[in-house]
Design a protein around this ligand. Structure first.
Ligand code: 5AD
Ligand code: SF4
Length: 441
């Protein structure tokens, strides 16, 4: 029997969907070692922190929670603490994990979580701390066991890394260059998830999904991949994130329009409503180009649900620039906006820009933006009236709800059936207190 057989593990995840999915792979690796999952971090024999460093807040949170485990480790010195993910891959991060957290046993980066089992064994066999940060992936990150959290939506990686180098962003430094998975491999994974495991949504993941295929020997593209996946038989839908406005091409809009299996929802980060700030961000597009895409999307898919990311207080952002962002929100009328205060990341160009915006200004701006977006969203509820949406039908505590591609809930008060988890058309008949209700068509 191996050392790890029947021992307990606990995984703590910070950050984006990519990390959530990587933690699912980590759980797969630990279960392959014969380990069992526990909710109780103090009881766990192995604790893995899968970290994020996109903003300072994410780093601080992870660091403090790892540091808080010191007592638990003192009580049980055999407890193995692993730190992996973006924070460990960072070269000049805020925290030096090696020196500041001497009770951490294993530190690995973003390119070698697939080696976790070997590193754990090494730790037990040698009694020494293990630090393995490598610059590039050496082996396939997929194909192993994966224990997914969600039974309805499954994440599937299609492309790793990012070549864009937006001036604020740490991702290209900690996740490396773009690397697409072969189409056939993705196809097989999605088919298995849909046909053998009953998943209803497949969310394709990548820092920039629209770059899919450019680096493959057998050249491909994101729209080619989408079309191929739509050939898979079954009652399911495909979502994807994240898209980049520069690479978001008309063929993708066409596939979104014509393929019923592609969800009518899109997350298209704009970051700022000011073209001069976009240039300083190295985003490779201006607002005119962005608005052209939005117009095309709305024309092709009138019911589309749109969401975006915004950074407020990027270096040099004036009141005028910020007002342009507010103007953009009023124009596009997103269903959801994720707004962040700019956080300087060491090693990125923008961190050295001299015209940093003070924190109190960032604070004021983000609050103003969020207040505006709240009003827009309330106002937006009206647009649902009498419209029909393709929804996943779910029973929540006995009440039927249709969930749109954009995640909006439509209550179905007169639901006469007992089945759920299938797609059906739901027409909105009533809106009260911004809550929607309707009937199945
Ligand atoms: N500061 C604030 N927000 C950032 N993002 C990326 N880097 C930073 C940073 N340094 C935001 C962007 C991106 C989202 C995932 O995180 O809006 O789209
Ligand atoms: Fe970061 Fe820009 Fe790449 Fe997105 S596209 S991961 S924001 S560098």
């Amino acid at each position: 029997m191996s050392y790890f057989e029947n021992k307990l593990y606990h995984v703590v995840t910070y950050g984006c969907q990519m990390n959530v999915h990587e933690s699912e792979k980590i759980r797969g690796i630990l279960s392959t070692l014969g380990m069992l999952e526990t909710e109780d971090i103090d009881k766990a024999n192995v604790v893995v922190f899968n970290t994020c460093c996109i903003r300072e807040g994410a780093e601080d949170r992870a660091y403090n929670n790892i540091a808080a485990l010191k007592k638990s480790k003192q009580k049980d010195p055999s407890k193995i603490i692993v730190v992996c993910g973006c924070m460990s891959q960072q070269k000049n991060g805020k925290y030096n994990l090696k020196t500041r957290l001497p009770f951490v046993d294993v530190v690995i980066g973003t390119h070698n979580i697939n080696m976790l089992a070997e590193y754990l064994k090494k730790r037990v066999e040698t009694g020494k701390r293990v630090f393995e940060i490598i610059d590039k992936p050496t082996a396939d990150m997929d194909g192993g066991r994966c224990i997914r959290d969600d039974k309805i939506n499954a994440y599937v990686n299609i492309i790793y890394g990012c070549n864009k180098f937006c001036t604020y962003c740490i991702v290209p430094y900690v996740r490396g260059r773009e690397m697409s998975r072969p189409l056939r491999e993705i196809y097989q994974e999605v088919r298995d998830l849909v046909q053998n495991q009953g998943y209803k949504y497949i969310t394709l993941l990548g820092q920039n999904v629209n770059s899919y295929g450019k680096d493959l020997k057998e050249k491909s593209s994101f729209s080619v991949l989408l079309k191929a996946l739509c050939q898979i038989e079954g009652d399911f839908k495909i979502k994807f994130m994240t898209s980049h406005p520069m690479d978001f091409t008309d063929d993708v809009i066409q596939v979104m329009k014509t393929e019923p299996k592609v969800a009518k929802a899109l997350h298209l980060p704009v970051q700022s409503g000011s073209s001069s700030i976009l240039e300083k961000m190295n985003r490779h597009y201006d607002i005119k180009h962005y608005m052209t895409i939005i117009k095309k999307l709305k024309r092709a898919i009138p019911n589309i649900s749109l969401s975006t990311d915004i950074i407020v207080g990027f270096p040099g952002e004036t009141e005028k620039d910020f007002n342009l962002t507010l103007k953009l929100l009023k124009k596009v009328k997103y269903d959801q906006v994720f707004a962040f205060m700019y956080s300087p990341r060491s090693g990125t160009p923008a961190a050295t820009f001299l015209d940093q915006v003070p924190d109190d200004v960032k604070n004021k701006r983000i609050n103003k933006l969020l207040r505006l977006q709240k009003l827009i969203q309330k106002e937006q509820t009206k647009k649902y009236f009498k419209k029909t949406y393709d929804c996943l039908i779910r029973l929540e505590h006995g009440v039927a709800v249709g969930i749109t591609d954009g995640g909006k809930e439509i209550y179905i008060p007169n639901y006469k059936y007992s089945n759920q988890n299938y797609f059906a058309k739901v027409q909105v008949e009533d809106i009260r207190n911004h809550k929607l209700s309707g009937v199945i068509k």
